[in-house]
Design a binder for this molecule. Structure first.
Ligand code: ADP
Length: 259
């Protein structure tokens, strides 16, 4: 199947530091793709370049055949991007913010109302719809950002740590929603450091470390490659990112708190 997102030899340099280092990636439509990696491994940088929000230094990126640095507006129409830390107009209510997004996105009014109502109900934020965004908890703001990013029914959903701060009920609903998007042939790519989330929801994962993909494939493929059929994603992740044997560290940490 032709990849929906294709990345070849991607580099991103910030001053004198390469955040992405010869990165290659293919994401198929109809799949949920998880990008895993420790802090600073390049997840946000990668997702922003794919979403036409950040310029690359070199390499090629194709999003449904479009180069995000040449076709910014078209790629932004295709993509629904949920940032790790949503910045929104603090003095608007979620209801006003959704109307604003719908106008900017030029979405048909009849569709907007139905989509907003169903997502607001599903994510349990009906009571906050008229409050100032600035007064909402982190989790509620995250839900507002998720709803806003999905209003235009994007072909490609990009979530940077989208499950952070969500209560278990909302995380489950979001997982179901992502699955239903994938079943409709859309592409879902999201970053997480929560192994349970990745393991339960992703069809394919890529493990990012220091700007490179150190392993990618289905969970079964990753387990096969790691040489331990019983490995879970957390073990594979720790092994590939150089932290396999944490036991001595944990032991000495516990000892240091023993009086
Ligand atoms: P992650 O999302 O995995 O935590 P990031 O993509 O945010 O990783 O960052 C990758 C690397 O790039 C880190 O070393 C980070 O410090 C660096 N970096 C990110 N954004 C900038 C920036 N605007 N200026 C300079 N360095 C940056």
């Amino acid at each position: 199947m032709e990849a929906s997102i294709s990345v070849r030899g991607l580099y991103k340099k910030y001053v004198d530091n390469y955040a992405l280092n010869d990165l290659n990636l293919d994401v198929e439509p109809g799949k949920i793709f998880g990008v895993l990696g420790p802090n600073g491994s390049g997840k946000t940088t990668l997702l922003k370049i794919i979403s036409a929000l950040l310029e690359r230094t070199s390499g090629s990126v194709s999003v449904r055949g479009l180069d995000p640095s040449k076709h910014k507006d078209q790629v932004k129409k295709l993509v629904g991007y949920v940032p790790e830390v949503p910045t929104m107009y603090e003095s608007l209510s979620p209801g006003e913010f959704f109307s604003f997004v719908a106008t900017v996105r030029n979405i048909e009014e009849s569709l907007v109302e139905e989509r907003i109502n169903s997502m607001v109900r599903a994510l349990g934020i009906s009571d906050s719809i008229d409050s100032f965004i600035g007064s909402l908890s982190f989790g509620t703001r995250q839900k507002v950002a998720i709803i806003a990013s999905l209003l235009h029914d994007p072909e490609i959903i990009v979530m940077d740590e989208g499950m952070n701060g969500l209560d278990p009920r909302s995380a489950k609903i979001l997982k179901e929603l992502m699955r239903s998007f994938a079943e409709r042939g859309k592409t879902v790519i999201f970053s997480t450091h929560i192994m349970d989330v990745a393991e339960s929801v992703c069809d394919t994962v890529a493990i990012l470390y220091k700007g490179r993909i150190v392993s990618t494939g289905t969970m079964d493929k990753l387990k096969e490659r790691s040489g331990k059929s019983s490995s879970n994603l957390e073990e594979i992740f720790l092994k590939l990112t150089g932290n396999e044997d944490l036991d001595p560290l944990i032991h000495s940490l516990k000892e240091s708190f023993r009086s």
